[in-house]
Design a protein around this ligand. Sequence first.
Ligand code: KIV
Ligand code: ZN
Length: 515
Amino acid sequence: MSDKDKIIIFDTTLRDGEQSPGATMNIEEKVLIAEVLDNMGVDVIEAGFAAASEGDLQAIQAVAKQVKKASVCSLARAIHSDIDAAAEAVKGAVNPRIHTFLATSPLHMEHKLRMSPDEVIAAIRDSVSYAKKFVDDVDWSPEDATRSEHDFLCKAIETAIDAGATTINIPDTVGYTTPHEFYDLFTMIKNNVSNIDKAVLSVHCHNDLGLAVANSLAAVEAGARQVECTINGIGERAGNASLEELVMTIKTRNDIMPYHVDIDTKQIMRASRLVSNVTGLMVQNNKAIVGANAFSHESGIHQAGMLKNRDTYEIMTPESVGWVKTNLILGKHSGRAAFKDRLKELGFDLGDNALEIAFARFKALADKKKKIYDDDLISLVGDGADQSNARVKFVSMEVACGSEVKNTAKVTLEVDGKQISKTCSGDGPVDATFKAIRKIVPHEVKLDLYQVGAVTQGIDAQAEVTVRLRTPKNVIINGTGADVDTMVASALAYVNAINKLQNYEEKIIPQCAVI
Ligand code: KIV
Ligand code: ZN
């Protein structure tokens, strides 16, 4: 146990993170991410906004059931029906928490809420004390705090604590503040709210000006002991403060930031990859900590310095955040034990069944690709890789394309155990492939995103494809697929998305029976 002040890590990847355009996650995906967050030592997981939809409520319930250590939290507006839904969603958690909020800035009160300041104060008292009937742990946020009048903000906070709030979270909702200003705001709150010692002070920053992490750390230095953040910094608009940047700053600059966090930093890369895979939000190469270039040294001077002493250009080791040193590992002749061991080192402890399925895929990949890298292994066990329980399975495809031929794709899928083949032409091989899939499994969707990346470097790298579909009811689904052939990866990604559609109201697959 450290004698340094603990900073509570409150992760909102599954709530604010999910508010990133296109980042919708289904129940299974939320549970998968929550398990990783719980294992890495996150203290509070905000799993969603229960009142938003039945699906959100069920996802929070599933997370609450699965998570062993962390508190599980649902967001709620300051209305009873929202708080009822939040209470229902978190009631199975080991440590349930409700996070309720109400705007306190003149702009929001007048134009959005159309409430007078007195009405807002009454609603704060009412909503916090109502939430308190269900759980002991109530987090309250004055939305748009950084554009609120100081006297009113203090009165609102005092009211929330008086009504039973145990955490007071100060959000920079629009990413407007700067580090010095935010430090002063926290100091002002500590000096002027008479009962502030009865609650934990928390911070929640958005990245509109690129200052979310700097602002959060300024708040910590002024007394905040909880930080709200997301993996890869995803979130509404420009995103939230990134968990990995906050945690690694506190760890790396512990000389001037004498706090402790209970995060196993070696699991950061795994969490980052999982979130990127599930949401289809790629991590930029130069992103701090988790970007592909975060630990690569290009210039000759830097490389020479690194060879003499790593400290010359490295302030933290790649291993400390889960980048693994030996990158080239397995090949065609590697056995099950080596495969299992390496996956375990990468953080994937598979059961016997899942291991067998992944191993078969590994052997098939090793037939096509000589060198199997860690990232290839991760793609084998990643989202969409396991088709065994899916109703629609990719079987095979043939594509004709090029500048002199008509782009045509013949795709064979297995739908509920029955193989169906269709051939279509299109504006390009991808269009032809997707048309053929739609002919086999008729459904109406808009393709919002088609994105191709390389899993590793080199000419024989696997392509990693993400597709984002939007249904007529505005349900957004991401699907991913990886293969050495970009067209096969594209078909796998589309089929993965179609299978996920089953979890929503679009019951598209039964229509196949009429084909
Ligand atoms: O940014 C914000 O103000 C929020 C609150 C709900 C905490 O996300
Ligand atoms: Zn937010």
